[in-house]
Design a protein around this ligand. Sequence first.
Ligand SMILES: [Zn+2]
Length: 321
Amino acid sequence: MLKKKLYLLLLVFVLIFTFTGCSNTSNVQESSKTAQTHKANDSMRQQANTEGNNQTSVSGKLTVSFIDVGQGDSELIQTPSGKTMLIDAGIPEMGSKVADYIKNRGVSRIDVLVATHPHNDHIGGIPAVISNFDIGKFYIPKVTTNTKAFENVLIAAKNKGISINVAKAGVTLDLGSDIKAEMIAPNSLHYDKLNNYSAVIKITYKNTSFLFTGDAEGESEQEMLNKNYDLKADVLKVGHHGSRTASTLPFLKAVSPKYAVISCGKNNDYGHPHKVTMGKLKNAGITVYRTDECGTIVAVSDGNNINFNVNPGDYKYGSQY
Ligand SMILES: [Zn+2]
């Protein structure tokens, strides 16, 4: 009898933990059934995963929030020593929501702010971030566009007296002594495609690492391979929202991540993530989390293990965009 009870208890645990991943490579195509499963299991997850739901930084841990900004990118990094970095801030309409998310995590200063490249879905929300927080160092790659979004970033930085540093391979970022943070792209001065100017950042905390690729495409990926950077990372923020123009096989092989995060909007105009990319990730056995399915995704590293928590609080905005 006791054995039977123990068996049932074990079964319940197995069921709960089977559902904690919002999406994995077996779900190449989203279905309403899986969406419902996410919803039904949200409360279970929120009870089971307390760390990622904390609204302040978790001491001794590296916390990475892949903020749901619909079709766009925005990642908040909080280090064990309390330093913060924000990479991108989505489209202009997302700026205040990104700022709210950051404030709700108890952050008032962004030590390192990076605009990976001057596309609207990455830099649009940056002016709102600049006006809401103390900013330490601000990085943009050396390329200009004549868009309103880019102009607004320059105006916001000027109004606050923030100088702009060039984002390029070889730049090291100060995120505290326990974190190694380095830019490994862009490696050239000129590209045909704006996406390839994307700042690519690798962060290492003890035995765990994250690679943030912005919208870097195949050309930049090949350059990173040619430069023999140590690309290996546990978590890959998949390049260019899962587009077929990024995530080339040699690059994926070099990174060899356990987890991949795709930041994209539900039913976006570009068909991101592309099926061919999802197929590559699936074939490599990589667990995939998508903001269009999960909302905001929070990864917490203790230096040895990384736990993923989805839907922290109510930070699910993307479905509107
Ligand atoms: Zn983009």
